[in-house]
Design a protein around this ligand. Structure first.
Ligand SMILES: [Ca+2]
Ligand SMILES: [Ca+2]
Length: 100
């Protein structure tokens, strides 16, 4: 059906768009000159971890629609929290098997 196709495409586009600001916010260096105009886009780990326990619960993630929609993607071990290591893993390319 045409409607279904359109909807699926929208979801895919939305997911990709949502991931970008999240990844950018957690890059190593902060952006040079970007005033925090929108709290929706400039989410950082710290800003989302409102109770400061070092991980982002689903409740905390709900503050950012992009993060919230990507929650299961970031929560790789499925414990219901996004931890910093999971963010790093999600934002970095997989290790290139150089361990040996
Ligand atoms: Ca927290
Ligand atoms: Ca987790």
């Amino acid at each position: 059906m045409k409607a279904t196709t359109t909807r699926a495409r929208l979801l895919i586009a939305g997911s990709a768009a949502a991931l970008l600001p999240f990844a950018a916010a957690w890059a190593q260096s902060p952006p040079p000159a970007e005033p925090p105009a929108s709290s929706e886009k400039g989410a950082t780990f710290e800003s989302l971890d409102t109770d400061g326990d070092g991980r982002i619960s689903k409740t905390e993630a709900a503050a950012n629609s992009g993060v919230s929609s990507q929650f299961s993607r970031y929560d790789q071990n499925g414990d219901g929290y996004i931890e910093r290591s999971e963010v790093n893993a999600a934002n970095s390319p997989p290790p290139s098997d150089a361990g040996k």
